[in-house]
Design a protein around this ligand. Structure first.
Ligand code: NAP
Length: 226
């Protein structure tokens, strides 16, 4: 499948590498490819500059958001949640129409300091805002409840049988996403329901952030036992 991953941070890079290794044709999307290649320092969360990652992954092209989305059959939103609507706007709704839009972002708002708060929350989710802004895209929220390494390689935890959620209005789109999740090694894929159920998946983040600080590692996940 031709997959465009919008986002050049840890998630975008990790999923790009994983989907490419599975045989998909992957393109990464960014605001300005030249500017992204020109960065020399670590990003806000300490990841090495994009060019360093790309020197080891030269088979994965980097394009502007719209050019990346235009050539894809499926689009992944792996952009900063506070900026996702703007990033997807740059990708252009015509390039998202009819396509599965796999949304892994979190609506984290750092403007009041740490820990971040969720915005939107409770009565709305970022996934719903994205679906509302791009009604012809087939939005599926998933993978936002675990770190990037586990998204791409769930088996790296000793107990690899942990859970991942999917939310969305389009059953076929959720099936397509579930197929990709299975190919990555996810076994316990829980369909939470329509796109409003993404509120629940996004509201797991405050718990996730507390666990991160308490456990001293981001390498953990939720497992739903029943
Ligand atoms: P990130 O730093 O949250 O986002 C990086 C991407 O956001 C870059 O592609 C950047 O564009 C884009 N961006 C930043 N400001 C923008 C703006 N003003 N307009 C348009 N685009 C903008 O990267 P990340 O850590 O990989 O996380 C990606 C998403 O996944 C986030 O929503 C995060 O909450 C969620 N998530 C992350 C993890 C994780 O392990 N890191 C786990 C679960 C979910 P450029 O390429 O142009 O710089």
């Amino acid at each position: 499948m031709k997959i465009a991953i919008l986002g050049t941070g840890t998630v975008g890079r990790t999923l790009a590498g994983a989907f490419s290794a599975l045989g998909h044709t992957v393109v990464l999307g960014t605001r300005d490819p030249q500017a992204t290649f020109a960065r020399t320092g670590p990003n806000a969360v300490g990841a090495p500059p994009f060019s360093e990652w790309h020197s080891r992954n030269q088979h994965i092209p980097l394009e502007a958001f719209a050019d990346a989305a235009a050539q894809a059959e499926l689009v992944v939103n792996a952009t900063d949640g506070a900026r996702s609507l703007s990033a997807l706007g740059s990708a252009r709704s015509a390039n998202l129409a009819g396509k599965v839009l796999m949304d892994v972002s979190n609506p984290l708002d750092f403007s009041q300091g740490m820990p971040p708060v969720l915005n939107p929350v409770n009565t709305e989710s970022l996934a719903e805002r994205i679906q509302g802004a791009f009604p012809d895209a087939r939005v599926v929220k998933t993978l936002n409840t675990m770190n990037a390494g586990l998204m791409a390689d769930p088996g790296r935890l000793a107990d690899g049988d942990h859970s991942v959620f999917v939310s969305g209005d389009d059953p076929e789109a959720k099936q397509t996403v579930a197929g990709l999740l299975e190919a990555l090694g996810h076994r316990d894929i829980i369909d939470l329901g329509d796109i409003t159920s993404a509120r629940g998946a996004e509201m797991m983040l405050p718990v996730w952030l507390r666990l991160w600080s308490t456990l001293g590692t981001a390498d953990f996940n939720f497992k739903i036992v029943r």
